[in-house]
Design a protein around this ligand. Structure first.
Ligand code: 26W
Length: 814
């Protein structure tokens, strides 16, 4: 279609005129975005079709990654990068008078996820395609993504994120591939020729229509599919119902509304389980629709279902799509006529499961009554799975009823989804070494004892294409010039820049790239927050969901303390710092929202106090999202990864900052532990309680928040400032909840215990920053080691150890 800048300019200008009837001079950025993205989709379209044909012809094993969330962000820049035409297009547009970055800003973020789990799924999609694996995503096309956050008077206000308003250039509606999903109804059982037949009557039917998004691999012609399902009325697709005598217009309207609500919005809660019927509907909708379309494709191979595990891997991203297990059982037993034992064997060998959290409040447990009503036949199957599972436990250990009750899939009138997921899959993995260890030794210990061979670790990763090449092109260029471009396809080769860690020329270049990125972010902060920040100050960043365990509060209390120190001694010699926050709180998470307010109040006080001079600035950037992360992370000097040890399963932001040369201040939690193993104490700032100490507190008690408060005047002062009129508090009740959570509820996240070590470590950081040569050396070493955390490496491990698939390398159209 176009191979160089000139042919691009020609094709693009013609399309613009042709499609919009707009001459070049009159086109808006929105016009340019629309036409360009349409062109790119077309450009990749042929490869997409060819990849699909190739899969069909070769009968390659296909992996399907089921996830309720895909936090993909914007696609234009990444697609151009992966197609290898980013430079052609950027330069071509430039010559036509357009700046590609401005055009990219026209695209709405696809915010179909809450945070880590959803973004991981998106990075995995990119790696699967780039490594030429036959791996696809299966998700929901929410009409509204994660809410848009506005900060009004310091408070979070949630607005609907109607991301599809301007249309979505990347999706293709495949009405020809729609399937029916059934809810409610009554199961009738009868015997026929010695076999039990189960039929569900009076069910409600919903149509699931797929929208396919191409997932373009880097540097070749491999294009996978992210299939997102949308719920539509079944009545609209058949006029039969409407023509009948019993048809009632009001019923029809009610039904329509209830159907459309299924794919209406993404639940904005992460790490907090709520047993909402609509959420259960969404989960089954995804599982049933996804499975039907996968099995249709499988059946084209003409093989019996005995071969399913050789041809299909179903991977579930946390327990949210666990219903895939009883649903596959239902199809195999009820529809395909398999015996229970055969069907179970096929199911277990086909399904694998990733656990993303040990927070008990996040464990999904559906009320049995709800599952029974909504999915009567699926519920019967879950009961049977449970019955057989419990009798297996009984055989093993007849006297230990307590163990059976604890491990059962159904207990206390609830279906325990994690138990079902472990029992029904051949692989259970955690997302960082420490996390997997905790699963084996603590959270899931009895299951590990039961099925030791199922448990394994797959440390998370991030795609270096988006998080380094696209977000930080200056750094990518420096790396290319220094070690060549092999690292792009083999990210572990980033280690080759290690030899430049003491190279003055490299250090200077790195410094100037970081400064450029900081200047850009400073301009953004000025524009959005009206705050001017010093690009020579340390950019100290904490961006992630707001949650107690992530301890944004520790960060703010430290800032309050710094302020107090400066007020007491305005001539104090401190390296200027800019503290940058970005975080969304679940709409119903009151304490988290108070912490957002506190950050904003502290920002307001600190930024306007003349005594503080330029020493301290605090900025809360609203509406943290993938595209905002791409602006912030390349500009960071310090990455805050300060969770209560054991609580952050892995973290992935930590890896993104590392790859962009920020140094981490962190606890030994999640993947920080593995970062620390490579970096050592010299290149990473570790402080605070270790996970074992945290577990000891939970088990034996002994944590005494009040004692620490009484014994440390710095802590005493900042906590009192939460409830007494003063610089951070206009009314004594304003931050009472925060104060209480720490002092009167003996804070389950141990913020005060880690306060003193945190303050000291921040001082070390300052000393270290004063020596720029040493700092830059550390920064280079961080980048050099970050290749280990490229999601390509993670995906290789999933492919080899869980899915057992090989890349599809010799594409016939090449
Ligand atoms: C049912 C409500 C709910 C929704 C989402 C409960 C739990 C979740 C997720 C499991 C939360 C999540 O995103 N976990 C994060 O997953 C990342 C990717 O593995 C990890 O890096 C983070 O440490 C983990 O918190």
């Amino acid at each position: 279609m176009f191979t160089d800048k000139e042919s691009f300019k020609k094709v693009f200008s013609e399309s613009l005129v042709g499609e919009l009837g707009t001459p070049l001079e009159e086109a808006t950025s929105a016009d340019v975005y629309k036409v360009l993205s349409g062109l790119i989709r077309e450009y990749a379209g042929r490869d997409w079709a060819a990849t699909n044909r190739e899969y069909q012809q070769r009968g390659e094993k296909q992996v399907y990654y089921f996830s309720m969330e895909f936090l993909i962000g914007r696609l234009l820049g990444n697609n151009l990068l992966n197609l290898g035409i980013l430079d052609i297009v950027r330069e071509g547009l430039q010559e036509l008078g357009w700046n590609l970055e401005d055009i990219e800003e026209q695209e709405s973020d696809a915010g179909l996820g809450n945070g880590g789990l959803g973004r991981l799924a998106a990075c995995f999609m990119d790696s699967l395609a780039s490594l030429q694996y036959a791996g696809h995503g299966c998700g929901i096309r929410y009409k509204y993504g994660l809410f848009e956050q506005k900060i009004i008077d310091g408070d979070q206000v949630e607005l609907p994120d109607y991301w599809l308003q301007k249309g979505n250039e990347w999706e293709v509606r495949r009405a020809d591939k729609k399937v029916e999903v059934r809810f409610w109804g009554k199961v009738e059982a009868r015997e026929e020729n010695g076999r039990w037949i189960f039929e569900t009557k009076d069910y409600e039917s919903v149509m699931a229509v797929p929208y396919d998004v191409p997932v373009i691999g880097y540097g070749h012609h491999h294009v996978n599919t992210l299939r997102l399902w949308s719920a539509e009325s079944a009545m609209l697709s058949s006029s039969k119902g409407m023509a009948s005598r019993h048809y009632d217009y009001y019923n029809f309207l009610n039904y329509n509304r209830s159907v459309e609500s299924i794919s209406e919005f993404l639940y904005p809660d992460d790490s907090q389980y709520e047993g909402k019927l609509l959420r259960l509907k969404q989960q089954y909708f995804l599982c049933s629709a996804g499975l039907q379309s996968i099995l249709r494709t499988f059946e084209k191979l003409g093989l019996s279902y005995d071969h399913l595990p050789e041809k299909v891997s179903l991977h579930i991203n946390d327990t949210h799509p666990t219903l895939i297990i009883p649903e596959l059982m239902r199809i195999l037993v009820d529809v395909k006529g398999y015996s229970w034992e055969q069907a179970w064997d096929i199911t277990v060998r086909t399904v694998s499961y990733t656990n993303h959290t040990i927070l008990s409040e996040a464990l999904e447990k559906w009320p049995t009554g709800m599952v029974r009503d909504l999915l009567p036949r699926v519920y019967m199957i879950i009961e049977e799975i449970n019955r057989r599972f419990c009798s297996m436990l009984h055989e093993q250990n007849p006297d230990d009823q307590e163990r059976i009750d604890r491990l059962a899939i159904i207990g206390s009138d609830q279906v325990r989804m994690a138990h079902l997921a472990i029992a029904g899959s051949h692989s259970v993995n955690g997302v960082a070494a420490l996390h997997t260890d905790i699963l084996k030794k603590k959270e899931m210990r009895p299951f590990y004892e039961l099925y030791p061979e199922r448990f394994n670790n797959k440390t998370n990763g991030i795609t270096h294409r988006r998080w380094l090449m696209h977000a930080n092109p200056g750094l990518a260029e420096l790396i290319n010039e220094s070690i060549g471009s092999d690292w792009i396809t083999e990210p572990r080769k980033l280690i080759d820049i290690h030899k430049f860690s003491e190279d003055k020329g490299f250090q200077d270049r790195l410094h100037s790239i970081k400064q450029q990125n900081k200047l850009k972010l400073a301009a953004y902060i000025q524009e959005k927050n009206g705050v001017s920040v010093d690009p020579n100050s340390i950019f100290d960043v904490q961006v992630k969901r707001l949650h107690g365990y992530k301890r944004q509060l520790l960060n703010v209390l430290h800032i309050m303390h710094l302020y107090n120190q400066i007020k007491a001694n305005p001539s104090l010699d401190r390296v200027p710092r800019t503290f940058i926050f970005g975080a969304k709180a679940a709409p119903s998470y009151y304490l988290a929202k108070r912490i957002i307010k506190l950050i904003n109040v502290v920002a307001d006080t600190v930024n306007h106090d003349p005594d503080v001079g330029g020493k301290l600035k605090v900025v809360f950037l609203e509406n943290y999202s993938v595209s905002l992360a791409e602006k912030i992370i390349p500009a960071a000097n310090i990455s805050e990864q300060i969770s209560t040890a054991s609580k952050e399963a892995s973290g992935t932001g930590n890896m993104k900052f590392m790859m962009n040369g920020a140094l981490t201040i962190g606890t030994l939690d999640g993947a920080n532990v593995e970062m620390h193993e490579m970096l050592g104490d010299e290149n990473m700032f570790i402080f605070g309680l270790k996970s074992d100490q945290v577990f000891d507190y939970y088990q034996y008690g002994g944590y005494d928040a009040r004692g620490i408060y009484a014994g440390d005047p710095r802590i005493h002062q900042v906590l009192d400032q939460l409830i007494q009129e003063g610089p951070f508090c206009t009314s004594p009740r304003e931050f009472e909840t925060i104060y209480d959570s720490i002092l009167n509820h003996n804070d389950e996240y141990f913020v005060l215990k880690d306060f003193a070590p945190y303050v000291n470590t921040q001082l070390e950081i300052e000393a270290s920053y004063r020596n720029q040569t040493e700092w830059l050396k550390k920064s280079i070493i961080n980048i050099a080691h970050s290749g280990k955390f490229a999601s390509d490496c993670t995906i290789e491990q999933y492919a080899n150890e869980i899915w057992r698939i090989n890349p599809v390398r010799q594409m016939s159209m090449n």
